[in-house]
Design a protein around this ligand. Structure first.
Ligand SMILES: Cc1cc2nc3c(=O)[nH]c(=O)nc-3n(C[C@H](O)[C@H](O)[C@H](O)COP(=O)(O)OP(=O)(O)OC[C@H]3O[C@@H](n4cnc5c(N)ncnc54)[C@H](O)[C@@H]3O)c2cc1C
Length: 306
């Protein structure tokens, strides 16, 4: 099927794009077109107006700020995957980007499209929730900042109004100095180039990476596709904080993730299986983050018999 007819707009500035949104109530934003095209071709979306952001150059950037890194909405997955700044400061994001689908999706797909789509299985939504990012949202009348955990409200339902667009995500770097931090994005996929069954995004900061038993000062864990929104699991974080990593603490992580997960059945994975994967991948991903934060190598991230 072909998309229903629409009027095509090509703004070159954010102000032009938001003016068009204000003018046309029934408009969709076009970013990498890796999801919207399919939805429109199946006539699940039939907007009268399409506002193409590909000519708004000001939305494509990765920029270091005082205590954060900001990523513009039109930044492609490929750019995030290859960014030296992100690899140094927030390595969870390049690791999340490199696992999205295949090269053609990564060459076109964007951060803003992924957040705009708000699929709870998406890689960036979980990563940004784990990293406590703030979204910069603009309309013709207003600019506002929204903590990403408040943005995702229910299944593919967000805090974004019809006349607003996502301009950028701002991600704090001060909690995670690279020399004492490890991050991981671990996902189980039924096949290459498809969406993951469940993913775990984790970060760990230790007190002293050279100590015999480095203590976890701060941990973060968010799961993708384990609930109707990206799921931060604070009980799991608390289970490893304040002590050196142990098998017992990781078992508590798995239990907390399992208890928090509330996924839907899917064709390739029923909810029971997804809950089990959530626990196991939370455990493995946190263990991998700890190994990367320290100069010791545990074998905690090896698969268990679960
Ligand atoms: C085969 C395949 C496998 C995939 N696997 C994965 C995967 O494993 N993990 C993963 O995370 N993703 C996956 N994706 C999705 C991919 O990451 C898409 O690129 C992404 O979800 C949508 O980004 P886009 O730039 O293409 O947005 P588009 O398709 O252009 O737009 C998607 C939605 O976001 C809205 N939007 C776009 N930009 C903005 C903005 N700035 N502000 C507000 N709303 C906006 C649009 O209006 C639209 O509703 C996969 C896609 C395909 C086709």
């Amino acid at each position: 099927m072909k998309p229903a007819p629409f009027e095509y707009h090509r703004p070159t500035t954010v102000a032009e794009a938001t003016d068009l949104l204000a003018e046309h109530g029934d408009a969709e934003l076009l970013a990498g077109n890796q999801s919207l095209g399919i939805v429109m071709a199946n006539r699940l979306a039939t907007p009268d107006h399409l506002i193409d952001l590909n000519t708004v150059d000001d939305l494509a950037f990765v920029e270091e700020r005082e205590e954060s890194v900001a990523i513009g909405a039109m930044t492609r997955h490929r750019t995030i995957e290859r960014s030296d700044l992100l690899t140094e400061k927030l390595p969870m994001l390049p690791e999340a980007a490199e696992q999205i689908a295949g090269p053609s999706v990564r060459n076109r797909g964007t951060l803003g499209g992924s957040i705009g789509e708000a699929d709870p299985a998406g890689n960036y939504p979980a990563a940004l929730v784990a990293l406590d990012a703030t979204l910069e949202i603009v309309s013709a009348d207003e600019e506002r900042e929204v903590p990403v955990s408040d943005y995702f409200i229910a299944y593919m339902f967000t805090d974004l109004a019809e006349d607003e667009l996502i301009a950028a995500a701002d991600i704090p770097t001060d909690p995670f100095p690279p020399e004492r931090t490890g991050m991981a994005f671990l996902e189980l996929k039924p096949a290459a180039q498809t969406w993951p069954t469940v993913s775990a995004a984790t970060a760990v900061r230790v007190d002293d990476p050279d100590a015999d038993e480095p203590v976890v000062e701060e941990a973060r864990l968010a799961l993708a596709n384990a609930a109707d929104v990206p799921l931060r699991v604070e009980d799991a974080e608390a289970a490893v904080e304040g002590e050196s990593l142990s098998e017992d603490a990781l078992e508590a992580v798995a239990e907390a993730a399992t208890a928090a997960a509330d996924p839907e059945d899917e064709m390739h994975a029923d909810s029971e299986f997804k809950v089990e994967v959530a626990g196991e991948y939370a455990r493995r991903s946190l263990a991998a983050s700890y190994d990367r934060a320290t100069n010791i190598e545990t074998d905690f991230d090896a698969p268990t018999d679960h």
